[in-house]
Design a protein around this ligand. Structure first.
Ligand code: ATP
Length: 498
């Protein structure tokens, strides 16, 4: 955390009379330090779940077994509130209790009408009840910038009397630590130090693994290991060509910008299930040689109003901190399920949608977005306008040539030695209406069956037998496929295949 930036913000919010400031972090000690330094002599009144109402400085209970409700009850009048900072820790789980919510609301109203007080909620989960929405301002912990990370590492080395490290390793570590707070960085340094008493290149793996865990714990983003390569995509030549051009820009961003090229924003890939959308997102990251972060829209949509926006903002901040990276927004349509539908959730989705659009439009950071969607019928046309994404593609069922290539890829992965005797063209001819995932399934089945039958190789007939036992995507979802294909054509999306 960059203390100075956060301190300035917090002090400004308190002085401006913001009633509730929600600090989204688990670094409680840092918040204590901050609150003490920005309070300008205001009394700090602390409640936490373990000890109840306590003395802020000594952390000893002021009143035994004082519940949150009892604590808030004491703050009923303006006299009781004036010149106070009310620090509430671990209260997220209480924020769906209507009694607590209405008490916080009451206090917020008094602050808005002039009481000199501020409630600071500190929690690592973001829960914003609808009734409190307009009173709450969220403060996110800042991630460290490259230079600040270098300083933190240098300080750690000095504090522990360690051998200095080479400038090049320092740079690599600074990149590896991107997207983490100061607290997390210090923890990881301590872990790396503990195993052999020094910081070496081998600690980069440890940092990467631990970082993956931290990102996972935050709950919305997932760091995907890159196994897929560009050559693993069969067909989709238009999309691949497009990605290759963007990769040239992306890998030479500085030069490209000097030349006058815009920073690539990203791409929306819509289309049928199992036809290579996810595969393309993964292959893009490996082509760009940057990490891949997956944002699951289903998980962003939290149960509380405001929670989804918080989740989304957190994911965006984290992705920007980790950039350059590819941010894969999976199942984008989930974010827009409620739009235009009226009712309670429509407001949230509309706002969420607005946030995504604004970010996409204004984004300057090298976060390349690959959004994927199955069903675009629910998605608002505004999203499809140029300027948001660099391009919009749709992926349909693979044609005969593409199917041949997909067979080659999947057989080649499992039984490379059998490839030369296979009649790939026949297989492609017999699998009209099959998706890439269907073809992969067929190959898997055929290889397994041949093994079980004790055959020493897989032949064309084995695969054709598996084809017979498979229902293609076209068979399974004929009507909706037609409808979707028409929709893509109407909206004039580019075909990913040639
Ligand atoms: P969903 O919308 O269901 O997530 P998707 O379009 O993202 O579908 P993928 O996950 O990319 O589908 O595809 C599933 C699997 O099918 C892939 O892991 C891959 O093995 C295989 N596959 C699909 N399309 C292709 C392709 N064009 N080339 C090679 N393999 C493919």
């Amino acid at each position: 955390m960059n203390n100075t930036r956060l301190k300035i913000k917090l002090a400004r919010y308190i002085d401006a009379g913001f009633p509730v400031i929600y600090i989204n972090t688990f670094e409680e000690e840092k918040v204590d330090e901050l609150a003490a330094s920005v309070g300008s002599g205001r009394e700090i009144y602390e409640w936490n779940e373990i000890n109840g109402y306590i003395d802020f400085r000594t952390k000893t209970p002021m009143i035994e077994d004082c519940t949150l409700e009892m604590t808030l009850n004491q703050l009923k009048s303006r006299e009781m509130l004036d010149r106070k900072i009310i620090l509430l820790k671990d209260v997220a789980s209480y924020l769906d209790d209507p009694k607590i919510v209405s008490k916080i609301k009451g206090i917020s109203r008094m602050i808005c009408s002039g009481a000199d007080a501020t409630i600071i909620i500190v929690s690592n989960t973001l829960v914003i009840p609808k009734e409190l929405e307009k009173f709450i301002t969220i403060l996110e912990m800042d991630y460290l910038e490259g230079d600040e990370i270098r300083q933190t590492i240098r300080k750690f080395i000095k504090d522990n009397d360690m051998k200095d490290i080479k400038e090049s390793l320092l740079d690599e570590m600074a990149v590896a630590f991107k997207g983490l707070t100061e607290f997390e960085i210090n923890n990881l340094l301590a872990l790396a130090y503990a195993d052999d008493g020094e910081l070496t290149r081998s600690d980069l793996h440890l940092i990467f693994d631990q970082k993956q865990q931290i990102i996972k714990k935050a709950g919305i983003l997932e760091m995907i290991p890159l196994k897929e390569k560009f050559e693993d995509i069969g067909g989709l030549e238009n999309l691949k060509e497009w990605f290759q051009r963007k990769a040239k820009v992306y890998k030479n961003m500085e030069q490209a910008q000097k030349y006058g090229v815009d920073v690539p924003k990203g791409v929306l890939i819509a289309g049928l299930p199992g036809c290579g959308k996810s595969l393309s997102a993964k292959a893009a990251a490996s082509l760009f040689e940057v990490p891949l972060l997956r944002l699951d829209m289903g998980r962003v949509m939290g149960k509380y109003v405001g929670e989804s926006e918080g989740n989304l903002r957190k994911a965006i901040v984290l992705a920007e901190a980790i950039s350059p990276c590819v941010l894969w927004i999976d199942e984008l349509e989930k974010a827009f399920a409620g739009i235009g539908g009226g009712g309670g959730s429509a407001g949230v989705t509309t706002r969420l949608f607005g946030n995504v659009l604004t970010w996409l439009q204004e984004k300057e950071s090298p976060v390349f977005v690959v959004a994927t969607a199955n069903d675009i019928t629910k998605m608002p046309p505004e999203l499809m306008r140029k300027g948001r994404f660099d391009e919009i593609f749709y992926v349909g069922l693979p044609d005969e040539r593409e199917r041949e290539k997909i067979f080659e890829i999947h057989v080649g992965r499992r039984r490379p030695g059998d490839l030369k005797d296979l009649k790939l063209r026949d297989l492609a001819g017999k699998t009209k209406g099959f998706s890439g995932a269907d073809i992969e399934g067929v190959v898997k089945d055929a290889v397994e069956a041949a093994f079980a039958e004790g055959k020493n190789r897989v032949q064309t007939q084995d695969i054709l037998d598996a084809v017979k036992n498979t229902h293609s995507l076209l068979e399974v979802m004929k009507d909706s496929l037609d409808k979707m294909t028409r929709e893509y054509e109407n909206r004039k999306f580019k075909n990913a295949s040639r």
